[in-house]
Write a protein that binds this ligand. Structure first.
Ligand code: ADP
Ligand code: MG
Length: 560
């Protein structure tokens, strides 16, 4: 739909873009979001880090009458944005509890005089401004980092939950919520809590095709990092660790090996942190070894690599952190070390917290990503509700794929079972149904009568579980962990069920195990009964695509 008014706004917003921000073109979705706001409508914008969310409310703030109220969670972020706006000649200010009362009074006056185009406010300070808000002209509300409102998100901030009243108090003023990280359930939660049920959702692709996704076992990490860094002499990169202490020790070790690295964590003074950030952004320090305290709001385009020394606690965090590399669109390498010890450590942190169950479920998805046997990018994007139909060719799995077998039939059975269960049941029940389990949970629901009952009874419980996880990672299935972990079909599953699309599944043999097994096969005589059976298992899996288990009785164990 184009009419004269649209064309007018179109050229007007391009003009503002050039004049105030110096850019010639909009990034994906920016224009659509801006137009939506200018039409007075609410919006939920999901856009990856660095995608250009700020412009989506800054530009409308300039185009509309009145002051835009921007809710932002971090004082440092507010200050950076306000500095940048002022440098572009835009009247903007921030308001928070760290300011002296004279300063607050000055802002109060400016607001009353209508002198501000944008005011950034911490959610905790919004109530102080309440009496004033009713008396001034407000152009729009922007809720930045909106995932903070949801306890399902990964950065819950209680003060955000009080923002729900804004829409009630100002029903006619457009409200735009922005975030880089919200899975589907969090998106719904944000819309409900902000009371913008009719908000238009703008989801910008999360794909960052220039990032090489790489996962390696977390053994001899320092040695691995050392050889990794040989490919990146003098290039900027970030090592993320779990603890403050390890940032210090790893930075020290890298410095001893002739690299120039600096530790960064929340325990340092804010001057020190600012200095380090500045040195990094201006290429004076190439390597930062940091906790996750580092990076939010850092605008550096030439970060060539990110290493996760420890596994992040969820995919949102992982995505956000790797997203700090390769912002210039050139190749960058994201290396994740995966070790089970990290999983245990993270689980401990989560224990006893109010959102323990969600956190654990998210951790499990992170772990499944790290253990993926199919295209990592597919798995990553599937988590955010995006479906890649082809493998990416730019991850460790695509570069060195495991051995696959044609798993189409098995995948069809799984999809069919989930279809018949109407996407209401979690993994455990889907497994029980497919394996024809004779337990009360199945019988109570009458599932023994559905057509796929027992359709995969020849596959062991554990293997079937692994295959289903592979299907999840391939984007064929989706898990709703906020809804009892129920499994659902994605559009890809429909292609498999109804268009006979082929599915490749990887054999469930550990890589090392496989190598050993092949070596054993080549040996003239396998030594023990145990070894012989292991060889048999490998042959069954490798050559015939039949997953098999070696089961011992106590008696046979004594023989070995
Ligand atoms: P986000 O909040 O989504 O992480 P920002 O709003 O901080 O991202 O923007 C990231 C960077 O992209 C900033 O340096 C910003 O100036 C730049 N940017 C935003 N929009 C455009 C555009 N249309 N063209 C070029 N650069 C842009
Ligand atoms: Mg931002």
């Amino acid at each position: 739909m184009t009419n004269a008014t649209d064309l007018q706004t179109n050229s007007r917003i391009h003009e503002l873009l050039k004049k105030h921000f110096g850019y010639d073109e909009f990034r994906p979705n920016q224009k659509e979001i801006i137009q939506n706001v200018l039409q007075g409508k609410d919006a939920l914008a999901i856009m990856p880090t660095g995608g250009g969310k700020s412009l989506c409310f800054q530009l409308p703030a300039l185009a509309l009458n009145g002051t835009a109220i921007v809710i932002s969670p971090l004082i440092a972020l507010m200050k950076d944005q306000v500095d940048a706006l002022q440098a572009n000649g835009i009247s903007a200010a921030f308001y928070n509890s760290s300011q002296a009362s004279e300063e607050q009074q000055k802002i109060w006056d400016e607001l009353q005089n209508g002198a501000l185009k944008l005011l950034y406010v911490a959610p905790e300070s919004l109530s102080l401004l309440q009496p004033l808000l009713n008396t001034i002209a407000i152009s729009l509300f922007a809720i930045d980092e909106a995932h903070c409102i949801s306890s399902w998100g990964h950065d819950f901030r209680p003060a955000y939950t009080r923002l729900g009243h804004l829409k009630q108090q100002f029903p006619k003023i457009p409200l735009i919520a922005l975030t880089a990280t919200a899975d589907k359930a969090t998106q719904a939660d944000i819309m409900q809590q902000l009371r913008i049920p009719k908000a238009k959702k703008f989801i910008t692709s999360f794909d960052r095709p220039n990032l090489y996704l790489d996962v390696r076992p977390g053994q001899n990490r320092l040695k691995q990092i050392s050889s990794f860094l040989k490919n990146f002499r003098n290039e900027s990169g970030i090592v993320y660790c779990l603890s403050r202490k390890s940032t210090e020790t790893i930075a020290a070790k890298l410095n001893n090996s002739g690299y120039h690295a600096q530790a960064y964590h929340a325990g340092l003074s804010s001057e020190e942190r600012n200095r380090i950030q500045d040195d990094f952004v201006n290429d004076r320090i190439p390597i930062i070894v940091a906790t996750i305290a580092f990076g939010m709001g850092i605008d550096k385009s030439n970060v060539r690599w990110v290493i996760h020394y420890n596994m992040p606690k969820n995919i949102e965090g992982y995505y956000q952190e790797i997203g700090r590399s390769g912002r210039d669109g050139l190749d960058a390498h994201a290396l994740l070390f995966y070790s089970f010890a990290d999983v245990i450590q993270l689980r401990k942190f989560m224990q006893g917290t109010p959102t323990e169950a969600y956190q654990l479920a998210k951790l499990e998805r992170m772990q499944q990503f790290a253990e993926a046997l199919s295209c990592r990018r597919k798995a990553l994007l599937n988590y955010f509700g995006e479906h890649l139909f082809e493998d990416c060719g730019n991850c460790d799995i695509c570069t060195a794929p495991p051995e696959y077998f044609d798993g189409t039939l098995l995948a069809q059975k799984v999809c069919s079972a989930i279809y018949r269960l109407k996407g209401t049941e979690p993994l455990g029940m889907v497994l029980d149904v497919l394996r024809g389990a004779k337990n009360a949970a199945v019988y109570d629901k009458g599932y023994q009568h559905i057509k796929t009952y027992g359709a995969a009874k020849e596959v062991s419980w554990r293997d079937l579980q692994q295959y289903i996880i592979q299907m999840l990672n391939q984007g064929i299935l989706e898990i709703r962990f906020h809804e009892k972990g129920r499994l659902l079909l994605t559009p890809l599953a429909e292609k498999i069920l109804f268009e006979n699309k082929k599915v490749q599944l990887a054999h469930i043999l550990e890589a090392d195990e496989k190598k050993k097994a092949v070596a054993e096969i080549n040996k003239p005589a396998a030594t023990s009964l145990f070894e012989k059976l292991k060889v048999l298992r490998a042959v069954l899996a490798k050559d015939m695509g039949v997953p098999a288990y070696v089961v011992f009785s106590d008696a046979s164990l004594k023989d070995m």
